[in-house]
Design a protein around this ligand. Structure first.
Ligand SMILES: [Mg+2]
Length: 174
């Protein structure tokens, strides 16, 4: 099922910093297009945390370029990216891929050499997979517990289960 293929990530990691430069080299990828909210920082962090800065520095040192693609509003993204000056887009309209293509073009990156990183299946995984990127999902750093977000997690659940079954079949321990 095509729809399903877009919602099952290629890899689930427990935290963004487990996507290391070494792991990127193993995957033979040179670019990361990352979500911000709940993937790298919580909604309450206007700026990158020390953990994010260290991770970005490590990627930079390894020659890996990171860009941001967020569905959040421009002021949030501008503030977060202020000192970094990375390629960054707000109002990305994920799971739409229009802005993703724009980022790839600006980076000069091919989808085959790029990782998409996010915390949500319905927006991030769907966007990354539709764009033909290797898609890594991490659990939300601080999940909201309102009905809307609880519903989203409920929708995601069977796809996460399918991911686990697929990986077990491949002999990957999770
Ligand atoms: Mg997010």
């Amino acid at each position: 099922m095509l729809f399903e293929a877009y919602l099952i990530p290629d890899l689930v990691l427990s935290h963004f910093y487990h996507l290391t430069p070494e792991y990127m080299q193993k995957l033979e990828k040179k670019y990361i297009i990352s979500d911000i909210d709940n993937t790298l920082v919580t909604y309450d962090d206007p700026e990158p945390t020390p953990a994010v800065l260290t991770w970005l520095k490590d990627m930079e040192n390894a020659g890996i370029r990171v860009a941001f693609l967020s569905n959040n509003k421009p002021p949030r993204i501008e503030k977060f990216n202020e000192k970094l000056g990375y390629v960054a887009y707000a109002d990305a309209g994920k799971p739409g891929t229009e802005m993703l293509k724009k980022v790839l073009a600006e980076l000069g990156a091919d989808p085959s050499e790029t990782v998409f990183l996010g915390d949500q299946l319905l927006t991030d995984a769907a966007c990354g997979k539709r764009g033909g990127l290797y898609t890594v999902i991490v659990p939300p750093i601080k999940d909201r517990t309102d009905t809307f977000n609880r519903t989203k997690r409920l929708i995601e659940k069977p796809y996460m289960r399918k991911y686990k079954i697929r990986e077990e079949k491949r002999g990957n321990t999770l």
